[in-house]
Write a protein that binds this ligand. Sequence first.
Ligand SMILES: Nc1ncnc2c1ncn2[C@@H]1O[C@H](COP(=O)(O)OP(=O)(O)OP(=O)(O)O)[C@@H](O)[C@H]1O
Length: 536
Amino acid sequence: MEQEENHSADHLSAQPGNGNELEESSVKERCFEQREALVGEPRCVICGRYGEYICDQTDDDICSVECKTILLSKLSAETRPAVKAAKRVNLPVGDESFCIRDENFPKIPSMHDGQIASLRSKLDICVKGEDVPDPIMCFSSSGLPEKLVLNLEAAGYVMPTPVQMQVIPSSICNRSLLVSADTGSGKTASFLVPIIAHCSHVRSERCTDKQGPLAIVLAPTRELCLQVEEQAKVLGKGLPFKTALVVGGDPLAQQIYRIENGIELIVGTPGRLIDLLMKHNVDLNKVDVFVLDEVDCLLERGFRDQVMQIFQALSHPQVMMFSATVNSEVEKMSNSLAKNAIHISCGNPSRPNKSVKQVVIWVESKQKKQKIFEIMTSKQHFKPPAVVFVSSRIGADLLSEAITVATGLKVVSIHGDKTMNERRESLRRFLTGEVSVVVCTGVLGRGMDLLKVRQVILFDMPNSIDEYVHQVGRASRMGVEGMAIVFVNEEDRNLFRELVQILKTAGAPIPRELANSKYTTGIPLGGGKKRKLKSR
Ligand SMILES: Nc1ncnc2c1ncn2[C@@H]1O[C@H](COP(=O)(O)OP(=O)(O)OP(=O)(O)O)[C@@H](O)[C@H]1O
């Protein structure tokens, strides 16, 4: 066994002065579990966090098992025969688990199955499918263009997150995927990174101007498309990689002009892309990567036909599907888009993110406004910037006005009746801190990376537990702690059983009225949002 393949915590030693022998269970496995270094403290030679341990093979300060693995793989890369061979044909070197597209080139030996299984289990990664590629431990080990790795570093992406570790190599090997992973776990970059790598590779191989797109990312809301396109631009900077945003509300002519001038990636909502397809004969012949972000939502009745229509306009693309909530129905439907897709699951999908404290309060509908005013005027309970979710567009406008009047806070509302410019401007004001509260419908519930937000208030319960999981998830990114305050009353009885189950699993307090309700205790539990009521 080569030493760099050893991921055992046994090989870390505690820093002198850190106390007695280190318990194996307390060893930090992942880099992000480690805290930042204080002034004068040792720093990890890989990521700069607190260097709690010493790498026993190099005597370097190191923060976690993860960084030790990277350190050792970097050091030994030069000496490995297979890696030397890889270098001769200009393949990237680093960790041994990168993928090689050229079938004539011998596959570089990687960790054995037991080690891979143990690594996946430590990282909470489950995979289902044939010949699933090994996870990678660092971005530089997956054959990505150097510029892309630099862009990732510049964006503060020191290490791939677990979902990225498994998705990036699988995608680079051209496999179709169905991925479920916690909210805020980095799914977006997990599909953008391989898309950017693929597009820039194709474009630099075949240097042709004004070609049609090579990849499409569909998402259910305009805001999410905006955000994904923004991130694609940041990560693809300096590479032959251009993007077009194709969403309703913006002038169609501009979008067509941009596409006709040559782009690599379209990020859009299904409706507007269909418009474009029907009226303007956009050439999608070259599209070979098709991503459905929030796949469960995109395969629901409102979107499904449009998504299938777009899919049918493509010729056998690689299909990658992502969500924090994937149930068996979605799994079945995803089969019609990709037959032998690898299924990847990371963390605890379909459950609210563990980092979010759920505080459920029983509030009668008439008292809800008073309650939210109380929260927002309490220094102890109000932690802006905050997102308030309501169930209707008119409700969003009325509540935002009412909060402004009652508390003096600066509030905006965002929903589907507003123009695209209004929505953009309100989101900008909220994200820049100009206003501290946004009241919205579900348009911000899924996928939105509201970085500074640590508090969400579900003024109205959404109409499914899946949406609940997504809305609660807005209060935390990458494991940072947040809080979700949730108002419930009898009107939400359809969700009582599932909600109680979720609260129990999370160890969150359950209001007495909810626990004692006949809808919690009396009705047999059904799965999903719509339950079949069987007669006895
Ligand atoms: N490897 C990484 N290192 C550091 N930060 C990262 C990394 N990957 C992603 N992030 C950041 O983590 C945050 C969450 O990522 P992202 O929005 O992709 O989550 P998600 O899994 O799509 O969540 P959701 O299901 O809520 O849409 C973002 O701010 C993103 O910039």
